[in-house]
Design a protein around this ligand. Structure first.
Ligand SMILES: [Zn+2]
Length: 465
């Protein structure tokens, strides 16, 4: 009998892992890391609940670490099968997994110094060489064509519009001559966003797994271009710098796209733009090269001779630490985009230490800011921010733009589901905090009258009924 077990992203937004069993074989859809609180991160160290050596295949929806970051550990603990993903997801993972390993190693070193780890000596969850070993197990499958994994499992990927390479999956399980269609939403992107295609909607599902990250929220409706132009112009007129903490995948490319467009339309001056993150530079190159993911507008730009719509007039890509530090000497108006997006680490810290004390400057926060992060403290009006063991006075203007999210808001999720005519036998809501899950469950029950379950961590369900 076909069965699904929720090994992550159950009543929380990270750790996506769904185990499918049929005909004595097993397939893991996504293999994400738990992130956030210490309690959640501790789950990465617990036994998986299934012996990795008994899993036959892994199939990925997209490259984000909360969907792929457990892969090195899975391989280290005995998984020997292929990891199926499309080319863009594979190339992003080749950047993100070693970076994740590097962060795990740093955490272990830090714990060793502070002497608070349970492991003696403190160990990383996995190492950079272990991430490289996991990458060797990747097998690239077609972006959108159906693919047969085994007699039990076949998959058809569709555009999810969330990040480069992101897919939702139509998985057909065949057992005893009977076919069951399971739809995995992965993470659903937004409609009418530049660069990537809109999410394609599913039309039928026997069982549906739907993400609910923004299940209780809508994104602000204001025009990104108007707001961004206003922020850039006000900062430039004061003679200040605009500092933007941004995640390397997706957000940095969207910002570059909008800044480029505003420059072309002469709505903002040509300012030097510093992209100060080696990861972001590499990811931007991938965004430019994967034409199969580009929407019509973006493809048309490239055709009309706008060869570099992800680059501004005067862009400086800084890879080395020396180049990064040299940005501190720039005294004329400029724009600095650097990671991490929530000011939890990375080069953004030294830019903020330099720019926060000056009231001419602006810090623009463009993504979700988790509780306790530097970004959240700034939003809450902190007068000082602790950076590199120093209390830095906050005099720069702090502004926020919520429109650049990569996740569908509540009504966009409902829109994505709206073409399913026959109600699924069961809908499982995953990848959300409790309020978001409850809110989306109520909305689906009210609007579509479908049965909806919010599964628990490690809960299993029979898919043959
Ligand atoms: Zn994602």
């Amino acid at each position: 009998m076909a069965k699904i077990t929720f090994l992550g992203a159950a009543r929380t937004v990270t750790g996506s892992k769904y185990l499918l069993e049929a005909g004595g074989r097993s397939l893991l859809v996504d293999c994400g890391l738990f992130e956030g609180s210490e309690e959640l991160k501790q789950r990465n160290w617990e036994r998986l609940g299934v012996d990795p050596a008994t899993i036959d295949w892994v199939l990925l929806t997209h490259a984000h670490i909360d969907h792929t970051g457990y892969l090195p550990r899975l391989v280290r603990d005995g998984f020997r099968g292929p990891i199926y993903s499309n080319a863009a997801t594979h190339e992003l993972c080749a950047l993100l997994l070693p970076d994740s390993a590097h962060l795990q190693e740093e955490d272990a070193e830090f714990a060793a110094k502070k002497g608070y780890s349970e492991h003696k000596p403190p160990l990383p969850l996995y190492t950079v060489p272990e991430a490289q070993t996991a990458l060797e197990r990747f097998r690239v499958i077609s972006r959108l064509e159906p693919f047969t994994i085994s007699p039990q499992f076949s998959v058809r990927p569709h555009d999810a519009g969330h990040i480069l390479g992101s897919s939702w999956l139509e998985l057909t399980i065949t057992e005893n001559g009977k076919q069951t269609l399971v739809v995995f939403s992965g993470d659903v992107g937004r409609y009418d966003q530049p660069i990537l295609k809109d999410p394609e909607p599913p039309r039928h599902a026997d069982f549906l797994l739907c993400e609910a990250t923004y299940g209780d929220r809508e994104h602000p409706a204001g025009s990104v271009e108007d707001e961004l132009a206003d922020i850039v112009n006000r900062t430039a007129q004061r003679g200040g710098a605009l500092v933007i903490p941004a995640f390397a995948v997706g957000r940095t490319q969207l910002l570059m796209y909008y800044l480029h467009k505003l420059e072309e339309q002469r709505r903002i001056p040509h300012l030097p733009v510093f992209v100060d993150s080696p990861m972001a530079i590499n990811v931007t190159a991938l965004y430019a090269s994967h034409h199969e993911d580009h929407d019509a507008e973006f493809s048309a730009l490239e055709l009309t001779g706008d060869h570099d719509p992800l680059n501004c007039h005067e862009v400086h890509m800084t890879r080395t630490v020396e180049q990064s530090k040299a940005i501190n000497d720039v005294v004329t108006p400029c724009i600095i985009i650097s990671a991490s997006g929530m000011i939890t680490g990375g080069r953004i810290k030294h830019h903020l230490a330099r720019r926060l004390p000056d009231s001419r400057n602006t810090v623009l926060l463009v993504g979700y800011q988790a509780e306790g992060s530097g970004g959240r403290l700034l939003l809450e009006g902190a007068k000082y921010l602790r950076l590199h063991h120093e209390q830095i006075p906050v005099r720069a203007q702090i502004v926020e733009m919520g429109q650049l999210s990569a996740h569908a808001g509540k009504s966009e999720l409902l829109r994505w589901l709206s073409l399913i005519q026959v109600k699924p036998r069961q809908t499982f809501l995953v990848h959300g905090e409790p309020n978001a899950l409850d809110s989306l469950r109520t909305a689906i029950a009210t609007e579509y009258h479908w049965p909806v379950i919010i599964p628990d961590y490690r809960q299993s369900f029979d898919l043959s009924v």
